[in-house]
Design a protein around this ligand. Structure first.
Ligand SMILES: [Zn+2]
Length: 285
C-alpha cells in the first residue's frame, strides 16, 4: 500500500513569467494615439498576446462592439473561453487585478499580456501598485501629436475645441504618472514608431527583456482578438507602417491654431511637436 505523505502545502502564488521582466504591459495614452498598431506588433511576438482594451470589455459588450476578429464578443471563440473568468469579476474593470491578467497568460501559455486600456489604466492604477503587481506590471506611455489625434476626433464627429483641451489635460496627467513610475515605464510616440518601426520595437523588446522577432513588423499576419480596437481604416489589413498625417489637410488653420494653443501649455507636447530646436522634436526626418 502506498504511503501517503503529509498533505501538500498550497504552492505560493507566483505570476512571474518564464521569460521577460513583466507579466503584463499596460499602455497609457489617449484615444487615437496609435495604440492598436503598437499592440498588434507586440502581439506578433511568440511569448506575448494583446487583449486590446480589456478594461473596457463591459462597455464594448453594452455598445455592441465586435471583437477585432469580426465576431461578436459573445460569439468569438477566443473570448468565449474566458466567459467564466469575466463572470467571476462581474465584468467590472474596477476589480481587475494581476490575477485576472495572469489567467490569460496561463490560458494562452504566453509570458506577457499586453493591454491597451489607456486612460483606464491610470484610473485603475491602485491595482497595479498592489503586491506582486508593483513588480510584474510594466507600462508603455505612447504619445501622439495632438493635431493627429484631433483629426481623428473630428472624423469621429467630436468637437475639436473640447477634445483638444481634454487631450492636453490627459497628456499632462499621464506624463506625470509615467514620471512617477519611470522605473517601469517605457516612453514612446506614434511618430517615433512609424519613423523607425524596427528600431523602436527592438528598443521596447530589449527593455522588456524579450528577443525581438522579425514577424513583429508584420502585424497584419495574424487574426487578433482585441476589445474596443481602433476602427481606423488607415492602412487596415496592410503591413505597411506609415505615419498618418491627414491632419495637415483635414484641419483648418483656425482649428490648428486652437489645438497648438493647448499643446503650448503641456511641456512634453511643446518639446516634441512644436519646438524644432528641441533635440526630441519628432518631425526631423
Ligand atoms: Zn475575436
Amino acid at each position: 500500500m502506498a504511503r501517503r505523505g503529509p498533505a501538500a502545502a498550497p504552492l505560493p502564488v507566483s505570476y512571474a513569467p518564464d521569460s521577460g521582466r513583466f507579466r503584463a504591459l499596460l499602455l497609457t495614452g489617449t484615444a487615437h494615439c496609435g495604440s492598436t498598431l503598437l499592440g498588434r506588433m507586440l502581439a506578433m511576438h511568440s511569448r506575448a498576446i494583446c487583449l486590446g482594451e480589456v478594461l473596457r470589455m463591459g462597455d464594448a459588450i453594452e455598445r455592441g462592439f465586435a471583437c477585432s476578429c469580426g465576431e461578436a464578443l459573445g460569439a468569438c471563440p477566443f473570448w468565449s473561453r474566458y466567459a467564466e473568468l469575466f463572470r467571476s469579476y462581474a465584468t467590472d474593470w474596477r476589480r481587475y487585478d494581476l490575477a485576472f491578467l495572469d489567467a490569460f497568460a496561463r490560458g494562452e501559455e504566453r509570458d506577457l499580456i499586453v493591454d491597451l486600456s489607456k486612460t483606464r489604466v491610470w484610473r485603475s492604477r491602485r491595482a497595479w501598485k498592489r503586491g506582486e503587481a508593483a513588480r510584474l506590471v510594466g507600462f508603455v506611455f505612447q504619445l501622439r501629436d495632438s493635431r493627429g489625434v484631433m483629426a481623428a476626433a473630428k472624423r469621429a464627429g467630436h468637437d475639436v475645441a473640447h477634445a483638444a483641451e481634454r487631450h492636453a489635460k490627459w497628456v499632462k496627467r499621464l506624463d506625470r504618472f509615467a514620471d512617477k513610475e519611470r522605473a517601469r515605464t517605457f516612453r514612446t510616440s506614434y511618430e517615433a514608431l512609424c519613423a523607425d518601426p524596427e528600431g523602436r520595437i527592438r528598443e521596447l523588446m530589449n527593455w522588456l527583456e524579450l528577443d525581438f522577432e522579425p514577424r513583429q513588423l508584420e502585424p497584419s499576419d495574424r487574426v487578433h482578438h482585441l476589445v474596443h480596437a481602433s476602427a481606423s481604416s488607415y492602412l487596415a489589413g496592410s503591413n505597411e507602417i506609415r505615419r498618418d498625417e491627414r491632419w495637415r489637410t483635414e484641419l483648418d488653420p483656425a482649428e490648428i491654431a486652437l489645438i497648438e494653443r493647448q499643446m503650448e501649455r503641456v511641456p512634453i507636447l511643446r518639446t516634441l511637436y512644436l519646438d524644432p530646436s528641441a533635440p526630441e522634436y519628432v518631425y526631423r526626418d
